[in-house]
Design a protein around this ligand. Structure first.
Ligand code: PLP
Length: 385
């Protein structure tokens, strides 16, 4: 078998950014005190590394370091935001492209707090909502909160979250940027968004078990996890100030150090350059696949803003079996199925079979994309065993 090809960046990035693994090892070997707890050499070293990483992460995303919160993943921060913002009778609008990290907490809150949830139809082909659709829906009935993905984890389509947030102000908009952070250029400081959630291990090229919450001015969610922070230890209440208010418990220092190093590398390369590379490869892949009889690209719009994630289906082929064959016979790693976004597949007409999803990252090459296209051609012409 030729060299293996990793095309599953929508699930998690691999390999990580140069410098990430070294920074994690350095933290573990030299600085692994408990940050903010006590005053000895190792606790100070850990605090310094974590605060330096926080600044690098905030810098890349255009955020205020004090309002850049570090935690275990996008799922954790989305749960925190939804549980702390929605109360009995609250009404929330969302797109049909949302991930289960949004759908499942909302379902639980519908049952437990009787919140009201309305899913926007979006464009019939892509599911992407427009400003006018959102304003129409709000014109019929107000809402307390909007939650929107910045980019679909199924089709790679980018949603106009900044335009929508501007149009619906002062209703707060929470953005799930798990698929967008690091994958498309973004400056939080100029976005009228209440809260922006990033996954550390996807487009930001950091380690698993890391995620970032950016808070806009004036948006202060309640913590859902309470515990030690190393500060105000005499009080049984969580401190009022950030980041401590939302960061109880010993942080993932190695993960944060790794994520900081990844963000530094991304800042050097430039998110714009990396994003353009991924988009260019996605368009090469799309046109190669579209030329194969029986291959469809649900939700694909060549003219729209997009990430390097692209879904396709091959007529008459089970997505799981085809992904297994690609891995076994061709050494190509893709993800098949529903990608934790069943509502998106319902909207795109690919439920319950799902799609094959290619997730292109900064280290993929044109050659690798051509190998995928050639493999799908072979699968269509000769079948798979
Ligand atoms: C759109 C979207 N939101 C949220 C998540 C959850 O991210 P994390 O793994 O950081 O919890 C994912 C990851 O699959 C995702 O694609």
């Amino acid at each position: 078998m030729k060299q293996r090809i990793y095309l599953d960046h929508g699930a998690t990035s691999f390999p990580k950014a140069p410098g990430c693994v070294r920074a994690m090892a350095d933290f573990m070997e030299h600085s692994a005190g408990n940050p903010g707890r006590g005053g000895h050499h190792w606790t100070i070293a850990a605090s310094r590394l974590i605060e330096a990483a926080r600044e690098d992460i905030a810098e890349l995303l255009g955020a205020d370091p004090e309002r850049t919160l570090l935690g275990p993943g996008a799922t954790f921060w989305l749960n925190t935001l939804l549980h702390s913002s929605l109360h009995s009778g609250s009404r929330v609008l969302l797109s049909s492209l949302e991930h289960n990290a949004v759908m499942r907490p909302l379902r639980a809150l519908q049952e437990r707090r009787n919140i009201e949830v309305e899913i926007l139809d979006g464009d019939p082909e892509t599911g992407v909502p427009s400003v006018s659709e959102v304003l129409d829906v709000l014109g019929r009935r107000e809402a307390d909160l909007l939650i929107l993905s910045h980019a679909s984890n199924v089709s790679g389509a980018v949603l106009p979250v900044e335009e929508i947030a501007e149009a619906v102000a002062p209703i707060p908009v929470i953005v799930d940027g798990a698929q967008a952070a690091g994958a498309i250029p973004f400056d939080f400081s100029s976005a009228p968004i209440a809260a922006y959630v990033c996954s550390g291990h996807k487009g930001l090229l950091g380690p698993p078990g890391t995620g970032v919450l950016l808070l806009g001015p004036g948006f202060s969610p309640e913590p859902i996890i309470r515990g030690g922070t190393g500060s105000r230890s005499e009080s049984e209440e969580m401190p009022e100030f950030l980041p401590d208010r939302l960061e109880a418990g010993t942080p993932n220092g190695a993960g944060i150090a790794g994520l900081g190093a990844s963000c530094r590398w991304m800042a050097e390369r430039g998110v714009e350059t990396l994003a353009e590379h991924e988009r260019r490869l996605a368009l090469i892949l799309a046109s190669g696949l579209q030329a194969i009889p029986g291959v469809r690209l649900p939700g694909f719009d060549p003219a729209s803003r997009r990430t390097g994630v692209l879904s396709f289906v091959v007529q008459g082929q089970d997505t799981g079996e085809l992904a297994g064959w690609l891995d076994r016979e061709r050494g190509i790693a893709l993800r098949a199925g529903l990608h934790c976004a069943p509502a998106a597949h319902r909207r795109l007409g690919t439920f319950p079979g799902g799609t094959l999803r290619a997730g292109i990252g900064p280290f993929n090459t044109t050659d690798e994309i051509e190998r995928l296209v050639e493999s799908i051609e072979t699968a269509v012409e000769r079948g798979i065993e």
